[in-house]
Design a protein around this ligand. Structure first.
Ligand code: ADP
Length: 264
């Protein structure tokens, strides 16, 4: 395993109000990390700081390189919580939105190589059928998949998503999570995903990160399941519901009161 993103003592304040304090973690290639925590706990800010959109204190290394010297930003795809594209009414086609993900383009035309990348990303996200359609005429779920294609078009090794499923209905959400699972499992993409969807996310991810100003927890689902820190924050019931481990393992720490086990 190799380190994709390592932070040491990362801190950040908005106008002297501390939002992140001494956050240290090491995300390895192939990890699928679900980032959870209370509203206002600093999750979005953490993503902004690691992406260099906000300047924090402490150390951030991408693929072993200090972030100030890191140049290969194409290796990282980002799907923000509120995309400016979704909010503006600018008449732009689905494939033009995807093209926007090719950051280091030169010239105004689209090269054959770029077209190939666009179609591949649209294929991967099941959005090829929206070529030629206006982005704003698509449903929220379809738009979200097009935005995912935009994040994937540079063929990133890491995908960072900030609450991508909030506006989706149940079936679009399932499709979206399945797609992320496939990218992680089949294509080896490392994923960091902020989500409030604690009911679903535990099925898909390999590690949890719990942020509440400080790093309350970072580790595997199994470690999450047994963490006293997590139990203290969430209560044992939520802890064992979120991790989704109790259908697969015989032993359940909640015994007969575990709804997960006793749904089998
Ligand atoms: P989360 O993603 O966990 O909900 P955020 O990172 O969005 O948390 O916010 C963490 C804290 O920082 C909150 O108290 C929020 O009000 C504050 N905050 C977020 N953005 C700004 C900003 N641009 N200016 C000042 N305070 C902010």
């Amino acid at each position: 395993m190799s380190s994709v993103l390592k932070t040491e003592n990362l801190s950040f304040a908005y106008e002297r109000i501390n939002v992140l304090e001494n956050i240290s973690f090491d995300v390895q290639a192939g990890d699928y990390v679900g980032i959870i925590g209370p509203n206002g706990g600093g999750k979005t800010t953490l993503l902004k700081v690691i992406l260099g959109l906000e300047k924090g204190k402490g150390s951030i290394r991408w693929f072993g390189t200090p972030s100030a010297q890191f140049k290969d930003w194409w290796k990282i795809g980002y799907l923000a919580q509120k995309s400016p594209v979704s909010q503006s009414r600018f008449p732009i086609s689905a494939e033009e939105v995807v093209l926007m993900g090719l950051a280091e383009r030169c010239g105004s035309g689209v090269s054959v190589g770029e077209l190939k990348s666009i179609y591949e990303a649209m294929q991967q996200t099941n959005t090829r059928q929206y070529v030629g359609k206006l982005f704003h005429d698509l449903s929220i779920g379809q738009q979200q998949r097009v935005l995912l294609a935009r994040a994937l078009v540079s063929r990133p090794q890491v995908l960072i998503l900030d609450e991508p499923s909030t506006a989706l209905d149940a079936s679009s959400r399932e499709m979206f999570f399945n797609l992320l699972g496939e990218l992680n499992q089949k294509h080896g993409v490392t994923i960091l995903l902020i989500t409030h969807d604690t009911g679903e996310v535990g099925k898909h991810i390999s590690k949890f990160m719990y942020i509440d100003k400080r790093l309350v927890f970072f580790g595997t689902k199994e470690e999450f399941c047994h963490s006293p820190e997590v139990a203290k924050q969430l209560g044992a019931f939520a802890q064992h519901t979120i991790d989704h481990l109790h259908n697969r393992h015989g032993h359940c720490p909640l015994g007969d009161s575990c709804v997960e086990c006793h749904h089998d």
